[in-house]
Design a protein around this ligand. Structure first.
Ligand SMILES: [Zn+2]
Length: 360
């Protein structure tokens, strides 16, 4: 190295460094717009307000969320560290009802997957939908006899019900109780759609006798081979909730289902690394009310917003009484965010997420 050349290089180096710094600043300015998924993913408690959904299932948020208790006599929440057991009170009430009805039908109890984040919105991982508190994933694995520990709920594997090559249901695993569970879920008037793997839809199409009217609600979709997805319609008190087109009146077992058993839907994604909508969305992409939802004060405690079958403080939160000041909503406990330590960061491995189209 020629020492003499150093002084000569310095101005150039300084200028180069300044340029790099400028470029860095510009990049920072561009990326300074926070992603909505980061903002919503950071909220640990719901916004205290009457229950209301804003926007669409895949582009929205909600207030007045309540938590499904971690355990009930007929359900267990899976992957609790994700903190996605929040929903519109109507959704949480329906999950509990399904768990009881399913048990009466001979299903031991529900393993409940993701519902929504406390205030909905896009998520850091997984789902495109589940944003307005009206979607829930239920495992197709029955609740085991012995209660699962919290650790088991994080790590227990789900059962894949479908052969990934043939896209047909694994006959050794499918039982009439699975069919009864889906029929029960589809039977509720508020349920508009149930998403299942095409193989599961085909199994129902091929085997359901008698009343087949409920098959209309069961829709084939990628993934959904270890769980089904239950979607309810926009609830009263949510004028800003955007509903989905009604499903066709027929059982959906004809041509549209046949398409799933062609090569086309399973072609690898041409652009697997392209960012997904949820990775790009900023607050500007969401309904404008979602900024207020994000800014609203936290519920006073986790307990205050945990749903207890219609008898707890959670219901006071859910009542559509817009004039009620947030301060009057309190739990029986001290109004401290006792739950703060209850939320561990989401582990990065070992969590089955809904698998989208192959190649994604
Ligand atoms: Zn889902």
């Amino acid at each position: 190295m020629n020492v003499r050349s150093l002084p000569d290089r310095k101005p150039f180096l300084t200028a180069a460094l300044a340029l790099v710094a400028l470029a860095g600043l510009a990049a920072a300015a561009i990326s300074a717009e926070p992603r909505a998924k980061e903002l919503f993913g950071a909220r640990k408690l719901p916004a205290v307000a009457p229950a209301q959904s804003f926007g669409f299932y895949s582009k929205g948020c909600f207030t007045g969320g309540v938590a499904l208790p971690m355990d009930g006599p007929t359900w267990e929440v899976m992957r609790p560290s994700r903190n996605r057991r929040w929903g519109h009170p109507a959704m949480i009430a329906l999950i509990e009802k399904l768990s009881r009805d399913a048990q009466a039908d001979g299903w031991p109890g529900l393993l409940v997957g993701d519902v929504s984040q406390p205030r909905g919105g896009p998520m850091m991982t997984g789902h495109a939908s589940h944003q307005i508190g009206l979607d829930a994933d239920i495992w197709l694995t029955p609740m085991p006899k012995r209660p699962l520990t919290m650790a088991q709920r994080e790590t227990m594997s789900a059962t894949l019900m479908v052969n990934e090559k043939t896209h047909l249901v694994k006959d050794a695993l499918w039982t009439p109780a699975h069919t009864r569970l889906l029929k029960r879920a589809a039977s509720y008037p508020e349920v508009e759609r149930i998403l299942v793997n095409p193989g599961i839809k085909k199994k129902l199409c091929d085997t359901v006798t008698g009343d087949r009217s409920w098959l209309r609600k069961v829709r084939p979709f990628w993934g959904h081979d270890y769980h089904f997805h239950m979607r309810i319609g926009c609830q009263p008190g949510s004028p800003g909730c955007k509903g989905q087109e009604a499903t066709p009146a027929d059982d959906g077992c004809g041509k549209p289902l046949a398409w799933w058993f062609t090569e086309e839907p399973w072609r690898p994604n041409k652009n697997p690394d392209a960012p997904k909508a949820r990775d790009l969305m900023t607050m500007a992409n969401l309904p404008k009310q979602c900024q207020d939802v994000l800014d609203a004060p936290d519920a006073p405690s986790l307990e205050a917003v945990t749903y207890h079958g219609g008898s707890a403080a959670a219901v006071a939160v859910a009542e559509p009484e817009p004039s009620e000041p947030a301060e009057t909503i309190s739990s029986g406990n001290a109004a401290m965010p006792a739950a703060a330590s209850a939320f561990a960061p989401t582990p990065k491995i070992g969590i089955p997420l809904p698998r989208p189209r192959p190649g994604n």
